[in-house]
Ligand binder design. Structure first.
Ligand code: 5GP
Ligand code: ZN
Length: 112
């Protein structure tokens, strides 16, 4: 999608601090970290949020969770939280599917 921030980041058009990349997904550190470790994992193909996941595009979501499992092991993160905000009321500000991976501090439940 031409006017999407995360499409531009995944395409290298806007610089980011890359954690990992493969043919399907891209992981990079959040510009405003909410925990000592905070990175985002996104599909390279534009999907607006979890609410736009369908049988046709859902394989990338399983792949992203495999990548999260591997990256967190590689980074030595034993405890972490994976979050995806859907819609403005839930706090979504970038409308390209992304999974936040947060780690390195105590976390509260329920989330605010
Ligand atoms: P959301 O609020 O949609 O759940 O998450 C969007 C995230 O993207 C926020 O945590 C925000 O800090 C991060 N973000 C927004 N713009 C940029 C950017 O240009 N670069 C990086 N690395 N992160 C960004
Ligand atoms: Zn996009």
């Amino acid at each position: 999608m031409s006017d999407c921030l995360f499409c531009k980041i995944a395409g290298g058009e806007i610089p980011s601090n890359k954690v990992y990349e493969d043919e399907l997904c891209y992981a990079f550190y959040d510009i405003a970290p909410q925990a000592p470790t905070h990175f985002l994992v996104i599909p390279k193909a534009h999907i607006s949020s979890v609410s736009a996941v369908t049988p046709e595009n859902s394989a990338v979501v399983a792949h992203i969770f495999e990548v999260i499992a591997k990256l967190t092991k590689d980074l030595g993160l034993e405890s972490y939280r994976v979050v995806s905000n859907i819609g403005e009321q839930a706090g979504q500000t970038v409308f390209h599917l992304h999974f936040h991976v947060l780690s390195g501090r105590d976390m509260t439940w329920p989330p605010g």
